[in-house]
Design a protein around this ligand. Structure first.
Ligand code: 5MM
Length: 340
């Protein structure tokens, strides 16, 4: 393993003012997104839409890396150039999602485990050959009576650690993604507790699996009230609770933490990212606090596109705007007026 190479890539991914675009929707997820705009999920439509985003002029000022799905890393753009090349030519780092999805966890109703370890070493070598420089694996944790369980925390942390160790062996920076889901009516304290215990378990397993923390990033949820909670916490509380929670569980040697948007509205995710960066600047936090949004960056351009290439400029404008405001929030410099 070339430790300095992966460490440099990890630092580059969380460069000041920049963050990651999560464009790694698997086939079922992208179909759901396209269904929402009444567009058929064909290979050509998926390529056209994603290529529009990747070729958005100036977006590399705000985007350091893009997470791709297996189909996309093998696709060529409309002019025949590999999409990986299109991304690299803009100075953006290509990455790849390598888990094969979440499945019900045996013996644990309501809980899930992420699969994809079989043949992973060989797949990582192939992805490195295709130009990927980082990888991502997502584990999900639902909140409910008695869950997440220790069993769920343990099996998902184990899989995340095996994935991370194998990625580093292949010279790729792993992004470990434990996501406490925001579905439900739980309060912010329950999210805090679930996030803290998931993260503690993840870092215990990463240490046991000899993962070099300087060459691995954390992607996780903000500490939030459930989507259906009667009274949802606002940005200041989210900012404070998120930073306090992370300080308890994430080692200082980790170069950066990138947040997922997790189904928040795009403006909500941006305001919360801004608040947590402001809180971190006052309270002192040892890591870069950035973003790796999927829906938070794509909801607006997806709607603007609506499957019609005549909407190309509107789509790019919408994407550029979301990247611009999210990058501002990543510096604690966002204000709602910027949405106008
Ligand atoms: C883009 O969505 C990713 C893929 O999910 P599936 O495997 O279910 O298709 C997802 O892992 C994503 O990277 C994160 O959840 C962040 O996306 P959001 O939309 O939550 O910011």
């Amino acid at each position: 393993m070339n430790t300095s190479q992966i460490t440099e890539t990890a630092v580059e991914l969380v460069a000041p003012g920049k963050g990651i675009l999560a464009a790694d929707e698997s086939s079922n997820t992208i179909k759901r997104r396209f269904d929402s705009i009444n567009v058929e999920s064909t290979e050509e439509n998926r390529r056209n839409y994603r290529e529009l985003l990747f070729r958005t002029e100036g977006v590399n000022e705000f985007i350091s890396g893009i997470i791709l799905y297996d189909e996309t890393i093998r696709q060529n753009g409309a002019d025949g150039a590999p999409l990986v090349q299109v991304i690299r030519d803009r100075g953006i780092i290509p990455g790849i999602k390598v888990d094969t999805g979440v499945k019900p966890l045996a013996g644990a109703p309501g809980e899930q485990v992420t699969e994809g370890l079989d043949g992973l070493r060989e797949r990582l070598a192939e992805y490195a050959g295709l130009g990927a420089r980082f990888t991502k694996w997502r584990a999900t944790y639902a909140i409910g009576p008695g869950i997440p369980s220790r069993y769920c925390n343990d099996v998902n942390a184990h899989a995340l650690a095996r994935f991370a160790a194998l990625s580093q062996e292949a010279g790729l920076v792993p992004i470990v993604e434990p996501e406490v889901l925001m579905d439900g009516s739980h309060d912010i304290t329950q999210c805090f507790e679930a996030t803290e215990s998931a993260l503690r378990e993840v870092y215990a397993h990463l240490a046991a699996h000899r993962v070099v923390l300087e060459g691995a990033l954390l992607k996780t949820n903000m500490v939030l009230s459930g989507k259906d909670a009667a009274c949802r916490a606002g940005p200041e509380e989210v900012g404070e609770k998120t930073v306090v929670c992370l300080k308890r569980a994430v080692p200082a040697s980790v170069p950066g933490i990138v947040f997922l948007s997790g189904g928040q509205g795009d403006d909500e995710a941006t305001a919360n990212l801004n608040a947590l960066n402001r809180y971190a600047a006052e309270a002192g936090a040892p890591w870069e606090l950035s973003f790796s949004f999927g829906r938070g960056l794509q909801a607006a351009p997806l709607k603007a596109w609506s499957g019609n290439m005549a909407n190309k400029e509107r789509t790019r404008k919408a994407f550029y705007h979301r990247a611009y405001v999210t990058a501002a929030a990543r510096r604690g410099a966002y204000s709602p007026e910027m949405e106008e």
